[in-house]
Design a protein around this ligand. Sequence first.
Ligand code: XMP
Length: 513
Amino acid sequence: MAQTIAVLDFGSQLTQVIARRIRECQTYSKIYHFATPAAQLRADGVIGIILSGGPQSVYAKTAPHPDPEVFKLGVPVLGICYGVQLMGHFLGGTVAHSKQREYGHGHLTIQKPGKLFAQLPRKLRIWNSHGDKLTKLPPGFVALGVSENSPYAAIADVKRGFYGIQFHPEVFHTERGVDMIRNFLVGVCGAQQDWTTKDFIAHAVEEIRAKVGKGRVLLGLSGGVDSSVAAALLHRAIGKQLTCVFVDNGLLRKGERDYVEALYARNFKIDLRIVDASKLFLRRLKGVTEPEQKRKIIGRTFVEVFEKTLKQIGRKAEFLGQGTLYPDVIESVSIAGNPAALIKTHHNVGGLPARMKLKLIEPLRELFKDEVRHVGATLGLPKEVVWRQPFPGPGLGVRVMGEITAQNLEILRNADAVLQEEMQASGYYWKVWQSFAVFLPVKTVGVFGDERTYDYVIALRIVESTDAMTADWAKLPYELLQRISSRITNEVRGVSRVVLDVSSKPPATIEWE
Ligand code: XMP
C-alpha cells in the first residue's frame, strides 16, 4: 500500500491545492472529511496528517472540529491556517478571535529552520488569509518564525512532529511553499516520494473497477482533453463495459469526427457510437443570429440528443462517466481577492444523470489540468490530443458571426484548417493558448487572377493566456501571418480578405460570440 498522507478538509477552497502539492512531491494523499475518526486514519495506515485551512473561527458554533484523537495517533501533523488554530485550541494554547481577516502578502522571518524550513532562505514572502490568531503557544511548542502580524507565524512541537503555519504554503504566492510541504512530507513524515502518474492510474483503475463492478458506463466524448483522458482511463479499467457517445452537431472542425473515430474506435478499440445530429442542429439554428440564443439552442439540442442516445443504447447502464476536473483553480495569476472568485465552474450535462437515474463516475475530479495531461500521455494518448487547445462546447457555432449556414461553416472550416496546419507546422500551436479562425458575414471586394471578387472576411484570433480569464493577442512572426493569410485567400473559396484580431481580453473576449 502506498504511503498515505491524510488531508483533513475543514472547508478551505485550497484543500485540493494542498493535495495537488503533495502529488507534486510524488506522494499519495487522500482528502478526508474533517471529523474522520482517528481509528479510520490509523486503519488506513496514514504516515502524516495535514489540517487544511477553513473559513470558520474555531469558536464558531458550527466550526468543524477534528476527532481530538488524531493528535494521539503518533504521526506528524501539519496545521495550515485554520489548522494551526485547531492545534492551539485542542492542544492547550490560546486563540484570539478576530472579526477581521488578515489578508494578503506578508513576510516570514525564520528563526529556527528545523526540519520544516531546512534548506530555505531565512526571509520569505508569504500569503496570509486568516481571521483568528494564535496568541499563546500550546505546551511543548516553540515559535519557528515570525511575520509582521504574528510572533507565531510558524510553530512546532518537534518531539511529537507537530508543525503549524499561519500562512498558506500551498499557494503560488508563498515563496518556496512547495519546499515547505516537501520538507514536512519527507523530512518529518518520512515519505519516500515514489508515487507517480502510473501509480495514480493503477489506483484509479482499481477504484473504478470496485465502483462499477459488472455495470456499464456511458460517457460523452467530445474529443477535448478532459473527456478523452476520462475515456482512456475508464477504458483501461473496464474495457468493453464502457460505451462512448460522440455527437456530431455539425459545428465541428474539419476532420474532427474522422479523427475521433480513428483514434478511439480503431486505435483504442473503444465502443464508440457516433451520432450524426448535424442536420437537426442546423435546422434549429436557421435564421438565428443572436449569440446567446445560438448558445442556448446548441446546448439544449445537445442534451436532448445525448439523452435520447443514452436511452437507446444504455438500457442497462448504471453510470455516466464525466471528465470533470477539479474546478480549475487559477494558481498562476494573482490570488488577491477572494480565492473562490478564482475558481471556474465546470459544465456538465445538467440534471441528466438524476433524470436517467445514472450514478456519476468522475475519475479525474481531483486533478488539475496539467496533471490530467500527464495521465493522458501515460495512457498513450497522442500529443495532439493531450496538448490540444481548448475548444468551446458550442463549437464553430460561436465562430460564425450572423446566421450559421452550411456554406458559412464550410468556409470557416477550410480557413481554420489552413490556420491549424500552419500553426502546428511552425510549432506556435503549442505555444499559444488558442488559435482559430472566425467567419465574418461581410463581403469585400478583391481581385483573383484577372477577376474581381466579392467575398467574405476571415478573422484570425490567436491569443496568449494562462487561464482564459485574461488574454493578449499573440505577436506571431509576420512571415507566418503572411503565409496563413495568402494560403487562406488562395485556397479557400469564398474568402477574399484575412484580418488579424489585435484585441486583448478584457475588453474583448477570446471568442467573438
Ligand atoms: P471567452 O470568449 O469568454 O472564452 O473569453 C474563454 C475561454 O472559454 C472558452 N469558451 C467556452 N467553452 N463553452 C465552452 O466549453 C462555451 O460556451 C464557451 N465559450 C467560450 C473559450 O474558447 C476560451 O478558451
